[in-house]
Design a protein around this ligand. Structure first.
Ligand code: ADA
Length: 552
């Protein structure tokens, strides 16, 4: 499955994953041996490859001809792509898509080779040993399309409301494979059309902007997530030759004083942080597993998910759009020290994943906020320049959403003047025994009185405790399910009743695998703070969270 809706009626598109490919590890005990494997998948789910760090070569054949556009939605974590043995693309990062165009391919059977590499190295500044797993594999769909001399790469729709009218600002990008190709671009939304007549396109990216106004469309909201389709069509001499269908919602996110407003109404976030992680699938969760996670998240009474700590699968975002679940989506980074941020590869890798995240996920109405650099060195002068650059980049791409980052730099953070919303991760009663109310009040008064975050909305972006599924203790000893439930009871009661807090994200939805190289000290080499375990079995705290989300 590529998306939960059809993206083309004209452009030929097929998914190359969803079947068996040939997998050959290039290092380790099975080096050179080839196995038939399903894709999308992570090799850690293949027998004998649970700990494999190295390169894995995936190969498949397909029938094709003409101008081919090959798009990988996610390869973990560094990819090299070849067609018939010739390298056509490379990409760093597991969590954003990338594509390649190969022109005038001869008709016949062709071989696509994707080499994935999940090794840590000095050239990998974002995928580093961490409190989550960097898997290996073709972890998201691979798509093959046929394009003519030009095609529609994306159509961004920015909704805004005023005077009883909804405005849809359109910004479309058309890529021309050669210069001077004429074309007419037509944008259709809800029975209205916008037409752009380009007598000649320049080779590369061509941008078209315009507005459509609507008096009788229905807004998107968590309660009533009404989605609209935007259809872009390229015509020449009256005949269509390319198209792109996407979805969006008429909704507006604004910040007013200490409040986050959705369509003018204050939002109270009751959310969970979620990793894309599963003992059977690694980070390559199939549609059914994603849908099942969201069913549990809704059952808990949550209205939001934080994509900790990277851009998520488009299928997940499509479902959040349909279900009305608000999403804090963030770029890829977790807990990078100043030294790690000074890696010469960091700035470009952080820039690229941020640019790709915003460009590729722009239309999802469920995304109400962009986050960056979770718990990185925001307490350092150099770190602050990195935060500034990334916020500037996002604002150059999208002025319709507030920005934030989750800090953990207690009374030393230098960056609260940069985001629209101040967010902080706290673990009272887990990492330290401070009463929650006391810790929260101390933190909040520091933010209000000694930082440039004063007066901004405030979110607790992480709070939680560990609990081992099945470890029960009448004394509620640490790591027992009773301890976790008791701790979350106090944590959530305090945060959700804290007047100046716009909401909370529980850390975390499910137990996850962590990389052995980071810290084998965690029990089971897992992060055990899930409300459900890795098999999605509810722990005692599941009902605690459910009750508290219903109470507030
Ligand atoms: C941090 C981090 C999370 C997780 C959490 C924990 O806040 O952002 O990824 O590691 O701590 O479990 O301690």
């Amino acid at each position: 499955m590529i998306r939960t809706f059809r993206q083309h009626n004209i452009r030929p598109q097929q998914e190359l994953t969803g079947k068996l490919w040939d997998f050959t590890p290039l290092q380790g005990n099975f080096s050179g041996k080839t196995f038939p494997v399903h894709t999308p998948s992570c090799w850690e789910s293949y027998p004998g490859f649970g700990l494999y760090r190295g390169e894995g070569r995936y190969e498949t054949q397909f029938e094709g001809a003409g101008n081919l556009r090959i798009e990988c939605k996610g390869v973990s974590h560094t990819a090299t792509i070849a067609l018939d043995g010739k390298t056509i693309a490379g990409h760093y990062n597991a969590y954003t898509a990338f594509s390649a165009i190969v022109k005038q391919v001869e008709a016949g059977t062709h071989t696509l080779t994707i080499t994935a590499d999940n090794r840590f190295s000095a050239k990998s500044a974002l995928h580093v040993p961490n409190d989550y797993m960097s898997y290996g594999g073709v972890s998201r769909p691979v798509v093959l399309e046929n394009v003519r001399d030009s095609f529609i790469e994306y159509v961004h729709v920015t909704p805004s409301h005023g005077g009883g009218t909804w405005r849809a600002h359109i910004r479309a990008c058309v890529v021309a494979l050669e210069q001077n190709a004429p074309a007419v671009l037509i944008i259709n939304i809800a029975g209205k059309a916008l037409s752009f007549d380009a007598d000649k396109l320049s080779e590369g990216k061509n941008f078209f902007e315009g507005d459509l106004l609507f008096d009788n469309v229905q807004p998107w909201s968590p309660e009533k997530p009404i989605l609209y389709t935007v259809t872009a069509t390229l015509m020449r001499e009256g005949a269509p030759f390319d198209d792109l269908i996407d979805r969006f919602g008429f909704r507006e996110i604004t910040v007013e004083g200490k409040h986050i407003l959705l369509n003018g109404n204050p939002v109270k976030i009751k959310g969970l942080c979620r990793h894309e992680d599963h003992p059977q699938f690694g980070c390559a969760l199939p549609f059914s597993a994603i849908a099942n996670d969201l069913a549990l998240i809704r059952d808990l009474g949550a209205n939001s998910v934080r994509t900790s700590h990277y851009p998520n699968d488009e299928i997940f975002l499509d479902l959040c759009d349909e279900l009305g679940i608000l999403v804090w989506e963030e770029n890829h980074a977790r807990g990078l020290s100043l030294e790690q941020m000074q890696n010469p590869f960091f700035e470009k890798q952080a820039h690229d994943v941020t640019l790709e995240m915003v460009t590729q996920h722009y239309n999802h109405p469920s995304i109400y906020i962009w986050g960056i650099l979770n718990e990185c060195a925001s307490d350092s002068a150099y770190g602050k320049t990195c935060y500034e650059k990334l916020f500037e980049l996002i604002r150059s791409l999208d002025m319709s959403r507030p920005l934030s980052f989750a800090s953990c730099k207690f009374k030393t953070d230098l960056c609260f003047g940069l985001p629209d919303i101040v967010s902080y991760n706290i673990y009272p009663k887990w990492y330290h025994d401070t009463p929650v109310e006391e810790y929260l009040s101390d933190l909040y008064s520091w933010i209000q009185n000694q930082t440039q975050g004063a007066g901004k909305p405030f979110l607790v972006t992480e709070i939680g405790a560990g609990g081992l599924y099945g470890y029960r203790s009448p004394y509620a000893t640490k790591w027992s399910e009773e301890f976790q439930a008791k701790t979350l009871q106090e944590q959530l009661d305090s945060v959700l009743s804290f007047e100046d807090c716009s909401g909370v994200y529980v850390w975390q939805f499910c137990d996850i695998r962590i990389s052995e190289e980071w810290w084998g000290g965690r029990p089971r080499t897992m992060n055990n703070k899930g409300v459900v375990d890795e098999y999605r079995r509810p722990k005692l705290c599941y009902e605690t969270v459910k009750e508290l989300f219903a109470k507030y």
